[in-house]
Design a protein around this ligand. Structure first.
Ligand code: APR
Ligand code: ZN
Length: 352
């Protein structure tokens, strides 16, 4: 591991407190000498494809914080709501197209193209994104280069057995489903749109619900409505004239997506808060021998992804951060390229 970091890469860039460089040519010199490049990607990578980020402006769905919907507890409490949220994400992902940042990374994954920029390096893209746009970009670019796709439509890329897999989807895929029956545990990709008739169209109900109506009755935080407001709402609901955006469909489990093997309820095959990211050990090994870490479009607040940059720094590697704004990783960055990654990444990784 130590050997992989000797030669080529200078850790003298790594001066705590120093201002990161924005010099693309200097970073391309670093890439020239790199041996193991790891890219950590987050929601900002897919922003230009129309997939909203988790935090900030994009972080609400039906006025709920999306982070609160990304837990096992929220699925157990309300499978109908959880499925409607994930169905919304599935539909977004299925309709979205990879953008220039995905494509730049996919080109870099093609060995002979990468080696024109970084002649000796391996490459792994570790993505926190669940939209599957990274693998779609890979498939597109490899096929355009006349190469067999390095992936398959299986749950795991076929290259995963290799020392440095090209792509690791550490939070799973929103188009994956996993059986909730522990004696079955079947997992598969399901790209159908809609995934089941009961969810069809619910992705358009984006103004739902009024959390005040949903809160438990003894919840002291529940905002008070005036009697007139409450009566008007109840009357409209009874008469069935309330706008479709004012009531959340309550879909029974029997109408939610089912396991193709045993017929039990399936869940979205994504990693929620409190769950362990996929291939965590393998990722840490890759991070620990990376001499260059490029962090793209992530707030890097979720573990273990939050630690990648500091781990690479701790063994003398170089860290480049690409983001539209300053963030907590700036203090670890040797290079900081501010701007939309769909513009900066193609420049940084471009063929000479
Ligand atoms: N180019 C570069 N960066 C961008 C762009 C863009 N076009 N658009 C947004 N960003 C940046 C934002 O400034 C922010 O730092 O992308 C980051 C997105 O951060 P988050 O919304 O927190 O998403 P992410 O870091 O991927 O979240 C990590 O948290 O909710 C969980 O499991 C979920 O995988 C997710 C994880
Ligand atoms: Zn099953």
């Amino acid at each position: 591991m130590q050997d992989s970091n000797s030669g080529g890469i200078s850790s003298s860039l790594n001066v705590p407190g120093s201002t990161p460089s924005g010099d693309i040519n200097a970073f391309r010199e670093i890439l020239k000498g790199a041996k193991h490049i790891v890219v950590l990607a987050g929601a900002g990578l897919s922003a230009a494809s129309g997939v909203p980020t988790f935090r900030g402006a994009g972080g609400l769905w039906r006025r709920r914080d999306v982070l609160s919907l990304s837990t096992p507890a929220s699925f157990i409490d309300n499978p109908s709501r959880s499925w409607q949220f994930h169905h919304y994400l599935r539909e977004l992902a299925l309709k979205a197209e990879p953008n220039d940042a995905h494509l730049a990374l996919a080109h870099f994954a093609v060995p002979h193209l990468r080696h024109a920029v970084s002649p000796q390096s391996s490459f792994t893209l570790v993505t926190q994104n669940i939209d599957g746009l990274d693998r779609r970009a890979f498939e597109r670019v490899f096929s355009a280069s006349g190469l067999p796709s390095p992936l398959s439509l299986d749950m795991e890329p076929t290259v995963f057995q290799q020392e440095d897999p090209l792509l690791i989807e550490m939070h799973g895929l929103v188009c994956g489903v996993a059986c909730t029956d522990y004696s079955c545990r079947h997992r598969e990709l399901n790209m159908q749109s809609p995934i089941c008739p009961a969810l069809a169209g619910t992705e358009f109900l984006v103004d739902l619900p009024d959390p005040a109506l949903d809160a438990p009755k003894d919840d002291v935080r529940r905002p008070r409505r005036t009697a007139a407001e409450a009566r008007a709402w109840a009357e409209a609901r009874l008469a069935g004239t309330h706008a479709s955006h004012s009531a959340e469909p309550d879909i029974p489990n029997s109408a939610l997506p089912k396991c193709s093997k045993c017929g039990s309820l399936v869940r979205p095959d994504v990693v929620w808060f409190t769950e362990v990211p996929r291939h965590a050990e393998k990722i840490m090994k890759i991070v620990d021998h990376a001499d260059v870490c490029i962090v793209v479009g992530t707030s890097a607040v979720v573990h273990p992804a939050a630690t990648f940059a500091s781990r690479v720094k701790s063994h003398g590697g170089v860290v480049a951060v690409l983001n539209v704004e300053h963030g907590k990783l700036d203090s670890h960055a040797d290079f900081l390229f501010l701007g939309p990654c769909e513009q900066t990444l193609p420049k940084i990784l471009a063929l000479p």
